[in-house]
Design a protein around this ligand. Structure first.
Ligand SMILES: N[C@@H](CCC(=O)N[C@@H](CS)C(=O)NCC(=O)O)C(=O)O
Length: 209
């Protein structure tokens, strides 16, 4: 059994989507980051960087934070959604790192400057909108002729998709990135994605793309 600490954000949804895809038993605990619940001593004992997501795996006592590490751990534990062939796995890790280092942190800054604090900094808005457009372009090119980022549906798609689902906050029109839009809608059809999106609670409908 897994205890899963999360909130209604892209990084949390990466893990809830994987848990739903795997069909493993888990209990979701709400950590309302707007209310500062990520700073309690109880949560810090599990996630020392005071951010969601985090898990405790009661099969072995492992406590784990950082969404990318959690995705890799669960995929390898269950032997699903991550290639085992070394070259294919390297390709998957390459794109997972791209998400963790770029198509996540940069889009998060776009949310900060463009959605939550619009008007606070013209420089910040321009800087991160430009970078967001560039990153969507990179993903659009990667998806040319491909259904998924690394051949078969994998944790790489699960890592990127929840960030793309916030395209409205990012001032992104998916029509400008047709391969991304087709990929986004393909993944949206998956029942596990629809279930995982609404963990730990429903906060509106899933954007249709
Ligand atoms: N690199 C981390 C980032 C986690 C992260 O930024 N979590 C946000 C929500 S998406 C959070 O908990 N923010 C609370 C805070 O910064 O106080 C990961 O991928 O797990």
């Amino acid at each position: 059994m897994i205890d899963f600490y999360t909130w209604t954000t892209p990084n949390g949804r990466k893990v809830s989507i994987l848990l739903e895809e795997l069909g493993v038993e888990y209990t979701a605990h709400s950590i309302n980051i707007g209310e500062g619940e990520q700073k309690t001593p109880e949560f810090l004992a599990i996630s020392p960087n005071n951010k969601i997501p985090a898990i405790v795996d009661h099969d072995n006592g492992l406590k784990l934070f950082e969404s990318g590490a959690i995705l890799v751990y669960l995929a390898e534990k269950h032997g699903k959604f991550l290639p085992t062939d070394p070259m294919q796995k390297a390709r998957a890790m390459e794109w997972l790192m791209w998400q963790m280092g770029g198509f996540g942190p940069m889009l998060g800054q776009t949310h900060a400057f463009h959605h939550f604090n619009k008007g606070a900094s013209e420089w910040g808005e321009n800087r991160f909108l430009t970078e967001t457009q560039r990153l969507y372009g990179v993903l659009n090119t990667r998806l040319e002729g491909r259904d998924y980022i690394v051949d078969e549906y994998s944790i790489v798609d699960m890592a990127c998709w929840p960030w793309a689902s916030r395209y409205e906050w990012q001032n992104v029109d998916l029509a400008d990135f047709p391969n991304v839009r087709a990929w986004y809608q393909r993944i949206l059809e998956r029942p596990a994605v629809q279930a995982g999106y609404h963990v730990p609670k429903k906060m509106g409908e899933i954007p249709a793309g």
